[in-house]
Design a protein around this ligand. Sequence first.
Ligand SMILES: NC(=O)c1ccc[n+]([C@@H]2O[C@H](COP(=O)([O-])OP(=O)(O)OC[C@H]3O[C@@H](n4cnc5c(N)ncnc54)[C@H](O)[C@@H]3O)[C@@H](O)[C@H]2O)c1
Length: 509
Amino acid sequence: MFQIKRICCIGAGYVGGPTCSVIAQMCPEITVTVVDVNESRIKAWNSDTLPIYEPGLKEVVESCRGRNLFFSTDIDSAIRDADLVFISVNTPTKTYGMGKGRAADLKFIEACARRIVEMSDGYKIVTEKSTVPVRAAESIRRIFDANTKPSLNLQVLSNPEFLAEGTAVRDLKEPDRVLIGGDETAEGQKAIRALCAVYEHWVPKERIITTNTWSSELSKLAANAFLAQRISSINSISALCEATGADVEEVAKAIGMDQRIGNKFLKASVGFGGSCFQKDVLNLVYLCEALNLPEVASYWQQVIDMNEYQRRRFACRIIDCLFNTVTGKKIALLGFSFKKDTGDTRESSSIYISKYLMDEGAKLFIYDPKVLKEQIIHDLSQPSISEDNPERVSELVTVTSDPYEACQSAHALVICTEWDMFKVPVTFYYYFYFFKCFVFEEYVRKHFNSHICLIPPQELDYDKIYKNMLKPAFMFDGRRVLDHLHPHLQSLGFQVRFTKKKSSNPSIM
Ligand SMILES: NC(=O)c1ccc[n+]([C@@H]2O[C@H](COP(=O)([O-])OP(=O)(O)OC[C@H]3O[C@@H](n4cnc5c(N)ncnc54)[C@H](O)[C@@H]3O)[C@@H](O)[C@H]2O)c1
């Protein structure tokens, strides 16, 4: 059996970096080199401040960097030396020409294929890790065939990555499955076996699935489409709940207990974000159209349309509650990453909610525990968001590193990301109540320790926030992370809103 001793991964992003770090940790006898054209990214991978935030990733990198894990910009040498090359570059939605706004832009994949064939000699396995349209491997193979030389033997595999940002290390160490697609020829099967052997270092054999190349490529697109569809489905039901008086959390619980449905991905929210769901569903839609399957295309397009509708509906709800105008009003937006435990803002719903509020002239004060100020300003300055007027962003947006400053004198607080620090466990509030009611908090503060803080500093003190906001103080919980605290927050004086909720209690709309 062909044994892989050296791996090169092209693309040191959210997939290439964590995936290859885990491979290096699990396979100490394999040398893994992650390369990228982006020098600052590589520099960061070689520093104490990694370019991406993922729980547990720093420990993995530090355990093998310099031993059998390397980050480099010397792409050619890494390709030349490798037995296996992962292509893990970005495949964004096309922003020009045919398929603009829907098709995947494969120019980075093509650039990699050309470089690989130029730099290679002898036998090498080339593996698509990026998410690509079905039959992308065929295009790679055509580039190889058109540029082949004597003694060159390049085998193409598909090995899509299913990790989720925020839980990448756990997903990589304990994957639900590893999928490897390749040719049904003897050569193809040999390459598949070699890659299986890498994963078998830590993944049980029964979780490693092998298929033909096209099934593997399509499975990744289909998996993301199904996940996105579940979110859009529950969000569509949330609109119906608000119109009828049903509670979407109760409905989600009831339907999720059906084992055929399951309870995951049934949380109504401000919509899905991230670099993949929208891009991959759009890619699927484009593929269906190109294959003359218009009914299938429009079925999946609805998943995207529903997501946009949910974001717009949430922003409209904020404007509506703030007496139909937010012009010049301070609004605190808590959370900018597309989900908790990542600093990634690509396609984050926060961007679109900010856009709708900026369009109405609201003054936004944004806080996120992991997203850099420059990133937020960059995202909001994109022409599609700031209406070709990036000055508006400096006029209307302030990014702060202090959530209390963001909320100071604000008309409304909007939670856009489900960060744990926004959640405050209910038990803590019981404890807080106990002290407040029975031990006389003020007395404790005065006589024992004037700085005593009954709320741990890593979690938000909504009492303090409420006191410093303008009244009525509105709270829009776009992730429903504070459902369990609504009675308490209302007793503090907050006007708590998710989206519109029919209720006999006038303080909950
Ligand atoms: N982010 C996720 O959660 C996730 C999960 C599963 C699959 N994917 C897929 O994996 C792929 C990569 O996603 P990502 O989030 O890591 O993207 P990313 O943008 O974070 O990283 C891609 C990297 O590739 C580099 N690159 C581009 N062209 C290059 C070239 N010719 N040579 C060397 N480097 C080059 C870029 O500089 C960039 O650093 C995409 O197809 C994506 O759809 C992403």
